[in-house]
Design a protein around this ligand. Structure first.
Ligand code: CA
Length: 450
């Protein structure tokens, strides 16, 4: 960790501390579940917390970023689902950016950081191996998927009418010719390297014949700076989560050549993961958190709850944006711009519990494997991620789909998948990923670093 990021983190923690006064007070109740959840007399326990299932602690600190991926954590808190399962003191703490979330989980809540929260993939795996934490291994467990879809690629209006759509093969020469015509490479950004947004934009470029490492310049840039760059013409494309893509079109800064649901319908997106030491010490509290998040996901997927979801998430203490910006994506309404037909399909937007492929919440090992296969494809962390044996061992040590299953069964939820693999996945360009043979997928790709 650099000195600068240390200062940044302290500053953030001081700010967050003010908002967190309420949960600091709650720490006095640590270990005492509220009496309302205790069983009465000799009768079976009423309510969701059965006798013997009371969580070991009632507090946990979960980090989130103000994008639609975090909604299940916010809803579990605000609609009382954490409390319903005995976790009365869960704090959901806004993180300044992905690097802060990473630094805070490496510290842990005992040191003023966080116990876990929302992650791009494969951050939990990389943190577990010390790959993005300066060699410090902080074992983590992936517990649930928070969301599918709800992400997209935005392109500056300067490139309207150039044929940039889902398939960019016809615009490939235009993009590759940028150094000759503009004196610089075509610039594309994401907010954190080697994670979801990086993978989506790389997949999209490569599928159209544009090599993301050679033909363009890929950069890590905060959302606000990317949008500013797109306004001034210094930035060309941006891979990000709702509500940013929607905003870029609404503010007439750019258009959306591709939503991630078009690239890969029902794709894995962001996840709930926590420090392994926290989970190992608090298995019942972990399952209580999981049940609460699952119930929040079910709540969030009901169309009749989406207006309230918008109100809660857009509020000052969470996303701090106009509710109007969130309404479109949460209804599956996207204006793509650049003469492309509008999308108006609830199933095209963010989904939290079920999608066309089945469970959203269940953390399929086959999806962890895809993210790490894609890491191999692009040569990320080459010294640590050497081969499929390493990758598969890492998936088995980090993915705790078993805890998800136990929690879902205990809570009486249906929609429990029968396999840790969702089976063969098909992308928009016809490429297939068979989790039973990821080597064949790598072999089939034309643009790669292996
Ligand atoms: Ca995302």
């Amino acid at each position: 960790m650099s000195d600068i990021s240390r200062v940044g983190r302290r500053k953030f923690l001081v700010t967050a501390g003010v908002a967190a006064t309420g949960s600091v007070l709650l720490k006095g109740c640590l270990g005492n579940p509220p009496s309302s959840t205790a069983p009465t007399g000799g009768a079976p326990a009423p309510g969701p917390v059965a006798a013997g299932d009371a969580p070991e602690v009632t507090t946990a600190k979960l980090g989130y970023l103000p994008i639609v991926e975090s909604a299940p954590l916010i809803i579990a808190k605000e609609k009382g689902f954490f409390a319903k399962y005995g976790m009365t003191g869960v704090e959901v703490a806004k993180q300044a950016n992905w690097a802060s979330a990473r630094d805070n989980v490496a510290i842990g809540s005992a040191g003023g950081g966080i116990d876990g929260g929302q992650w791009q993939m494969p951050m939990p795996h990389l943190i577990s191996e010390g790959i993005i934490t300066n060699g410090k291994k902080v074992p983590m467990y992936v517990l649930a998927q928070l969301i599918t879809q709800g992400n997209g690629i935005a392109v500056s209006n300067a490139h309207a009418g150039k044929g940039l759509g889902l398939d960019i093969s016809k615009a490939a020469d235009y993009i590759k010719g940028y150094p000759a015509s503009q004196g610089r490479k075509f610039k594309a950004a994401f907010t954190f390297p080697n994670g979801n947004q990086d993978f989506w934009i790389r997949y999209w470029f490569a599928a159209g014949g544009v090599d993301p490492d050679k033909d363009i310049e890929l950069l890590t840039v905060p959302p606000s700076e990317t949008v500013q760059g797109m306004r001034t013409g210094s930035m060309d494309a941006f891979s990000t989560g709702d509500p940013w893509p929607y905003r870029i079109v609404a503010d007439k800064i750019g258009f959306l050549p591709a939503l991630t649901y078009q690239i890969w319908a029902g794709h894995p997106e962001e996840y709930l993961a926590m420090r392994a030491d926290w989970v190992d010490a608090h298995p019942k509290a972990t399952k209580a958190i999981l049940k609460a998040v699952m119930e929040a996901q079910q709540w969030a997927d009901k169309p009749e709850n989406r207006a309230e979801l918008v109100q809660i998430c857009s509020a000052r203490n969470y996303f701090n944006i106009s509710p109007a910006i969130l309404t479109g994506p949460f209804e599956g309404r996207y204006s793509l711009g650049d003469g492309k037909p509008d999308i108006n399909d609830f199933k095209a937007g963010p989904l939290y519990w079920t999608d066309s492929k089945g469970s959203v919440s269940y953390p399929y090992k086959s999806h962890d494997l895809w993210f790490l296969t894609e890491s191999l494809r692009w040569g990320f962390h080459k010294d640590k991620l050497k081969d499929f044996d390493t990758v598969k061992r890492l998936v088995d040590s980090v993915n705790r789909e078993d805890l998800w299953r136990e929690a879902a069964k205990e809570a009486g939820f249906s929609d429990i998948p029968s396999s840790t693999s969702r089976g063969v996945e098909t992308f928009f360009d016809g490429v297939k990923f068979d989790p039973a043979n990821p080597e064949a997928y790598l072999k089939s790709l034309k643009i790669k670093r292996v």
